[in-house]
Design a protein around this ligand. Structure first.
Ligand SMILES: *[C@@H]1O[C@H](CO)[C@@H](O)[C@H](O)[C@H]1NC(C)=O
Ligand SMILES: *[C@@H]1O[C@H](CO)[C@@H](O)[C@H](O)[C@H]1NC(C)=O
Ligand SMILES: *[C@@H]1O[C@H](CO)[C@@H](O)[C@H](O)[C@H]1NC(C)=O
Ligand SMILES: *[C@@H]1O[C@H](CO)[C@@H](O)[C@H](O)[C@H]1NC(C)=O
Ligand SMILES: *[C@@H]1O[C@H](CO)[C@@H](O)[C@H](O)[C@H]1NC(C)=O
Ligand SMILES: *[C@@H]1O[C@H](CO)[C@@H](O)[C@H](O)[C@H]1NC(C)=O
Length: 632
């Protein structure tokens, strides 16, 4: 066809003097030009990633017409929104010949079927995109000839059944997207010739379960996307067979538990693991052993507790356990992750009522901590103590009464406090002071400055209780409104109650004793000695016994300067470390004395610190030592 043009031009030149003929010739020229030019609604002169590309948006001509009128050097064809073509079939290769075509996409259309040998003449094709059509039937030999195809996208179609022959002609396939179809079953060996497959997307199909033998033949799958597949379980075998996985997304399914035992140990290079929105209620304590992850998403499950050793021998950078049913977090459960964990999300755990320093113990390098929307009533004042690198803290939407101290967090960039129940009694004072600082103004983005006093910058954090101070900005409270917390009698109603109770009890006791003694004296006068306790001798003995008891007790509880104070080795430890704190030397600190190390750490940690093995626990005890040091 390309050869036609010069002949027409020649004809035109030969006959141009004949004016009458010229008119009819013009029509011929126009027609032949139309034949040659880029089809309607197409742009044939684009370059995409340096490749000659044709783009047709909602074309009205037929696919065959378009394909047979493209420039020969076209490498990339993009046809989108074609409203009439329902079937792709084998075109006559003498009409459609695009030897350099490497990408073809026919998307957002009404395709229903793909017949045998449709792409036979596109032997250079590397990428084929057929997403968002109505495809429900693909003949077994539809992809025959696509020896070089690396990427196939059939997502958002209506495929129900995948025959295990379909992908056989595609030995170079690396990425396959079958997501958002209606596939109910993956036949055994459906990918048996896809040795190079590295990315498989099956999300949004009603698979229910997957037989591991469906993955037979795949050698090195890197990404497996199975979200939204109504999966009830994830078999151990799938993980074992695909031990080169880096990304595994099983979110939005019905899993009740993670795969049993130590399946994840086979996945040495896994970096992304998403179990969000399942029904997992229990984490086995050996489950994550050996994992080295960038992201572990366990959000929107039913996990009730974090057990102590759950993250032992694991390493996770971003851990999301938001929106579960956490009630308890065992002390120091995150410590093993301490040096890697940067982001921890515990938000939305409505059963979580208290958060102690120990439950977040050992989060040495956490940068983002999200505990919003729980039901936290009590939070330790020094909760952030070991996490001095915190940058983002979200404790909004809880029942927190007093702000834990944050003033020493020099890296802090954002702090969310809203929706708590700040209790403006004497204990709010440190918070009030902090809210008056520039740091607070900056962090809480308090733009509202009071006109008359510039050193009261932050007025949008307000008291919830007591009722007389409700809605008052905490930073504006006067000293008289929040008196010092002095431990005087009558400081609180509860104290008064206790004291009143004790004194009443004592009064009654004394009355009873007086009564008994009066009774005794009377009987003695009458010469009776019915009650042995009332005889003089016994009285004395009793007194003596009592006295001895007191002496003993006193001895036992007296403050023995030798026994009670720190022992010598501890003292030298402190002195040593006082100087060491000027020149930080982890080694020296980790060599803590027995009594020092044991405090604030559990037995096994402390004892393992004695073994001179340079293990993880040595590093841990360094931090224990460090904490002790600051406590001293
Ligand atoms: C393909 O086209 C050529 C020429 O136009 C014709 O001779 C041939 O029969 C066609 N083949 C098929 C399978 O339609
Ligand atoms: C998986 O498929 C194989 C082969 O068809 C079969 O023997 C095995 O029982 C299947 N496993 C399950 C759990 O269905
Ligand atoms: C995990 O999957 C859920 C649902 O598919 C998604 O919303 C979430 O962003 C994913 N998590 C991460 C960390 O990518
Ligand atoms: C954790 O899983 C292992 C292996 O499946 C099992 O032996 C162990 O009892 C489980 N632990 C708990 C606390 O359920
Ligand atoms: C959990 O909190 C982290 C840090 O604040 C945030 O990046 C992440 O998006 C949150 N996750 C969800 C599911 O909102
Ligand atoms: C904390 O997580 C919640 C959802 O869990 C999210 O809406 C919020 O934005 C997160 N906060 C920050 C500071 O990322």
């Amino acid at each position: 066809m390309a050869a036609e043009r010069p002949s027409i031009v020649f004809k035109f030149l030969a006959e141009w003097r004949t004016l009458l003929a010229a008119r009819s010739l013009l029509a011929v020229l126009l027609m032949s030009d139309l034949c040659m030019s880029c089809p309607n609604s197409c742009n044939c002169k684009t370059y995409l990633y340096g490749k000659p590309t044709t783009i047709c948006i909602r074309p009205s001509s037929s696919l065959l017409f378009i394909m047979s009128n493209l420039p020969d050097d076209t490498q990339n064809v993009i046809i989108e929104g074609m409203a009439h073509e329902k079937m792709l079939s084998n075109p006559n290769s003498s009409i459609v010949s695009l030897p350099q075509l490497s990408e073809f996409s026919f998307t957002i259309g009404l395709l229903e079927r793909i017949e045998d040998d449709t792409f036979q003449s596109f032997f250079s094709l590397k990428k084929l995109y057929l997403y968002q059509n109505q495809i429900s039937v693909i003949s077994n030999a539809a992809f025959r000839g696509l020896m070089k195809l690396e990427e196939l996208d059939l997502s958002r179609n209506k495929l129900q059944h995948i025959s295990n022959e379909i992908f056989s002609p595609l030995p170079s396939l690396q990425k396959l997207d079958l997501s958002e179809n209606q596939i109910k079953d993956l036949p055994v060996g459906v990918f048996h010739l896809q040795r190079n497959l590295n990315t498989l997307r099956l999300s949004g199909n009603m698979l229910g379960q997957i037989n591991a033998s469906a993955f037979r033949g795949i050698l090195s799958l890197r990404e497996l996307h199975l979200q939204n597949c109504a999966l009830r379980e994830l078999s151990h075998d799938i993980l074992v067979m695909n031990s080169f996985l880096q990304v595994l997304d099983i979110s939005n399914n019905f899993l009740l538990a993670l795969p049993s035992g130590t399946s994840f140990q086979h996945l040495q290079i896994l970096t992304y693991l998403n179990f969000s929105s399942n029904k997992i209620s229990f984490l086995n304590d050996t489950q994550f052993q050996g994992l080295n992850l960038e992201i572990l998403d366990l959000s929107h499950n039913r996990i009730e507790q974090i057990m102590q050793n759950i993250f032992q021998f694991a390493s996770i950078r971003h851990l999301d356990i938001s929106y579960n049913q956490l009630r308890t977090i065992a002390d120091n459960s995150f410590r093993e992750l301490g040096f890697k964990l940067k982001i921890l999300n515990l938000s939305g755990n409505k059963e979580l009522k208290t958060l102690t320093k120990q439950s977040l113990g050992g989060l040495y390098s956490v940068q983002k901590l999200n505990i919003s929307s729980c039901s936290i009533k009590h939070i330790d004042n020094d909760i952030f103590h070991s996490s001095s690198g915190l940058q983002d803290i979200d404790i909004s939407s809880n029942q927190i009464q007093y702000l834990p101290s944050v003033e020493y967090l020099s890296q802090l960039q954002s702090l969310k406090l809203d929706n708590n129940v700040w209790n403006c009694d004497c204990m709010i004072r440190p918070m009030r002071e902090w809210l008056r600082t520039e740091q607070a103004a900056h962090l809480l983005q308090c733009q509202l400055r009071l006109q008359d006093s510039l050193n009261v910058p932050c007025v949008n954090i307000r008291c919830k209780t007591p009722s007389n101070l409700m809605h008052r900005p905490i930073s504006t409270l006067a000293d008289s409104e929040v008196p010092d917390c002095t431990p005087t009698i009558g400081a609180s109603a509860a104290k008064i109650g206790t004291i009143a109770g004790i004194s009443t009890g004592m009064a009654i006791l004394m009355a009873v004793m007086i009564f008994v003694c009066v009774l005794c004296l009377r009987r003695q006068r009458k010469g009776q000695s019915l009650l042995s306790c009332c005889t003089d001798d016994n009285h004395k003995k009793g007194k003596k016994k009592k006295k001895n008891y007191y002496v003993e007790e006193k001895e036992r509880y007296s403050i023995d300067p030798e026994k009670e104070s720190l022992n010598e080795s501890d003292k030298s430890f402190i002195v040593r470390n006082f100087f060491h704190s000027m020149v930080p030397d982890p080694e020296a600190v980790s060599r803590g004395t027995p009594s020092m190390t044991r405090r604030g750490s559990n037995g096994s940690w402390a004892s393992s610190a004695f073994n001179s093995e340079p293990s993880k626990s040595d590093i841990g005890s360094f931090f224990d030592g460090y904490r002790m040091e600051s406590a001293v």
